[in-house]
Design a protein around this ligand. Structure first.
Ligand code: NAD
Length: 499
């Protein structure tokens, strides 16, 4: 296919590299000629690197190199620009993220390129329908949302706008699939799929920080070691840039008319005013200067506890750790909470507050156990409980008591937000799981993750969180509730209605 890529910045050059490598001819244009020259040099260097690493042959790299055609202007007419008189079949736009700039580009292209040329926008936050609405022919435009870096990030969201003509989505889907990436069809909604799904983790992480449940290093450690995420949410925001994350949080929340489940935090505003963007400003949640540890901070050491102290465990979630002593009057009481707090358990079960602590059952078989303390917990009880839980080589993180503990809340939010995406028909359930694993790098898709814990248990967790906090953020979606009640997997699609 002959593809014109307009915008030769971070994304445009990645898209160009991907497309020439897949055998397409790419015309590359930008408002700044030097950006085109830079991008061409970049793609050439990437092709050379691929040859050096044995990932591609010399002949294939030379072919790809010859298929990259720099243009003087995005608006070059087909006959003048394309060197062999052929018009591009597709334009992929990756210019500035601004509605007016994108509309001006496409209306200019409408005047110079044949009516059959399909237009695709790589916008991450604008409505595809709104861009199309200002064209003479909105039917020719769809979203084609790549992720950075394009050659490595295999996912592409194909986003038909309200007016996109039949056939355009299919053409883009086939192009992506035939060129080695994974297309998912996504409805034209704020954040599309991946940026919407990603709100589950970061909004809940901020909520935990707002409530002082733990500091961000502890929250990151729990996300990594208990949930198995490659990066904790704060580490991730430092990498992405808090300005970018905060803007996506606001766009998605505004776009969904302040849906409680997507509620952002008040915390980013002052951090941004103070320049704490993350890695790019060398200070964010962590410091990245010379000699700074970044996210690999040393863990606080809690020493001096008695690993042999007797322990009693409430409920049946958890076997009591074997101790040399029978639990007597001074035994520690461990409460495996599920969507509830230790404080509520103390009140409901008449437990001795000063020696009762919570333990997150999600954390038990992971490298890190999470212990929750209340304002009534005694210091000796904390030290002893850490020593007991650390006895078989586990790391232990102590957090303040909250309904559901840290990992449960993060997971509940990830899964509930994903079921909201399914419920709104934004994407097919299987595509949601594929897109989140490829686009966000989670160890499992959120629906499969919820099923791994068990849909019914996820429902109990969300209902308990909702009941104890009264916060509508935790209201389980009807999608999740119904599947849990029916004993079906969360990935079960919507039933078809008779025509
Ligand atoms: P960038 O700033 O690196 O590159 C933008 C390029 O567009 C620049 O070279 C600029 O000169 C050029 N440009 C601006 N106005 C133009 C015009 N009217 N005509 C021709 N060229 C013009 O930006 P980027 O990060 O590559 O982002 C481009 C688009 O891709 C944006 O819509 C962005 O939201 C989207 N996007 C970015 C990412 C990302 O991670 N960077 C991911 C997905 C989507």
């Amino acid at each position: 296919m002959r593809i014109r890529v307009v915008g030769a910045g971070t994304m445009g050059r990645g898209i160009a590299q991907w497309a020439v490598t897949a055998g397409h001819t790419v015309e590359l244009a930008d408002a700044r000629p030097e950006a085109v020259a830079d991008a061409v040099a970049f793609v050439h260097a990437m092709l050379e690197r691929a040859v050096a690493k044995g990932r591609t042959s010399r002949a294939a790299a030379d072919r790809a190199r010859a298929a990259l055609v720099p243009l003087d202007s995005p608006y070059d007419a087909a006959s003048g620009s394309a060197h062999d008189g052929t018009a591009p079949e597709l334009v992929i736009e990756a210019v500035l993220e601004d509605l007016d700039v994108k509309v001006e580009l496409f209306t200019g292209l409408e005047r110079t390129l044949p009516a059959a040329t399909v237009f695709a926008t790589n916008t991450s936050s604008l409505s595809v329908t709104r861009i199309g609405a200002r064209l003479d022919d909105p039917g020719r435009l769809a979203g084609l949302h790549f992720f950075n870096p394009v050659p490595l990030m295999k996912l592409v969201e194909v986003v038909p706008g309200t007016a996109t003509r039949a056939g355009v989505t299919e053409l883009l889907t086939a192009l992506v699939a035939d060129s080695g990436h994974r297309p998912v069809t996504v409805a034209d909604t704020p954040g599309f799929l991946v940026n919407h799904a990603g709100r589950g983790l970061v909004t809940e992480a901020f909520a935990l920080l707002e409530e002082s449940v733990a500091g961000h290093p502890a929250l990151d450690r729990i996300a990594r070691d208990v949930l198995g995420l490659r990066m904790g949410p704060f580490e991730l925001m430092d990498l992405t840039g808090l300005d970018v994350t905060a803007s996506v949080m606001d766009t998605v929340w505004d776009g969904f008319r302040h849906a409680d489940r997507l509620r952002p935090s008040y915390l980013p505003a002052n951090r941004l005013a103070a320049g704490l963007y993350g890695r790019k400003s060398r200070r964010g949640f962590y410091a990245y200067g010379e000699g700074e540890a970044g996210p690999s901070l040393p863990e606080p050491l809690i020493e001096g506890g008695d690993p042999a102290r007797a322990v009693r465990v409430t409920g049946s979630e958890l076997a009591a750790p074997a101790t040399p002593h029978e639990p007597g009057d001074d035994a520690l009481v461990l409460v495996p909470t599920w969507g509830t707090s230790v404080a509520a358990a103390v009140a409901e079960q008449g437990l001795p507050a000063e020696r009762t602590l919570g333990v997150d059952p999600l954390s038990l078989d992971t490298p890190r156990r999470v212990l929750a303390i209340t304002p009534a917990t005694g210091e000796d009880a904390v030290r002893d409980a850490v020593a007991v839980l650390a006895r078989d080589g586990h790391a232990v993180t102590v957090v303040r008591d909250t309904a559901g503990s840290v990992a449960q809340r993060l997971l509940a939010s990830i899964v509930n937000v994903a079921t909201g995406i399914a419920e709104r028909g934004i994407a097919e359930p299987d595509d949601i799981d594929v897109a989140v694993t490829l686009g966000l790098g989670y160890p499992r898709g959120p629906l499969a993750w919820g099923d791994g814990v068990c849909a019914a248990r996820m429902l109990t967790l969300l209902r308990a969180l909702h009941t104890e906090t009264g916060d509508p953020r935790y209201r389980p979606t009807p999608w999740l509730t119904h599947r849990a009640c029916l004993g079906l997997p969360l990935s079960t699609p919507m039933p078809r209605l008779p025509e």
